[in-house]
Design a protein around this ligand. Structure first.
Ligand code: GRF
Length: 202
């Protein structure tokens, strides 16, 4: 954590188990990294990530999008919350929902996603399982900027993962997550320290 209140405020959005969320929080606390995970936004009551947020002492906000008339109304509420925390970047980590124009317009080139495949292969759900079933020799991890599509935004960084004979869904998931947990904090750090420049800032 950087002294003097210079951290960039980040919101993590997650719907699932939250292993990436946990790593991001730990990294941001362990080292002199310029980001603070200010809050968690979760759209799934009961998701495992909420237990992690509580244990780590990160404020967590649970939304029920189905109770809103539409995505814009839901995202408007989320936006109010982000403003309270002066959030500058949104980091998706297993957030199972497309981001709509309300948030995209407020955070141009400031929303990131991590996906467990070498995009554009295996966009969408169950990417690891589908890669295994397809029989690819290499799969991997992609970090990309978020646009209105499903895993379609501009790619920032990719890392390969070898699919070995005898790999199961479980073993391949383990390898992919291992890569994710190193890659995501590193890419975010590069973006926040200017080692990677988003196109809109070039
Ligand atoms: C990760 O594999 C990520 O790439 C994908 O969703 C998964 C989230 O895992 N978008 P976790 O909840 O962080 O453990």
């Amino acid at each position: 954590m950087v002294e003097g209140g210079l951290e960039v405020s980040i919101a993590v959005f997650a719907s699932g188990s939250g292993s990436n969320f946990e790593v991001l929080v730990e990294k941001s606390r362990e080292q002199a990294w310029p980001q603070e995970i200010a809050l968690l936004v979760c759209d799934k009551p009961g998701a495992g990530v909420l237990e992690r947020a509580e244990r780590l002492g990160v404020p967590a906000y649970v939304f029920a999008p189905a109770q809103y008339p539409d995505k814009a109304a839901y995202e408007q509420d989320v936006l109010q919350l982000l403003r309270k925390y002066d959030v500058e970047w949104i980091v998706l980590a297993g957030y199972m929902r497309l981001i709509g124009p309300t948030l995209l317009e407020q955070y141009p080139w400031r929303i990131l996603n991590i996906h467990p495949s070498l995009l554009p292969a295996f966009q969408g759900k169950d990417a690891i399982q589908r890669a295994l079933e397809y029989g690819v020799r290499w799969t991997g991890v992609t970090v990309h900027f978020v646009d209105e599509g499903m895993d379609t935004g501009p790619i920032i960084e990719q890392k390969p993962v070898l699919v070995e004979p005898g790999d199961t869904l479980e073993s391949l998931q383990k390898k992919v997550h291992f890569v994710e947990h190193h890659m995501y904090p590193a890419v975010i750090r590069k973006l926040l320290t200017g080692q990677l420049i988003p196109p809109r800032d070039r």
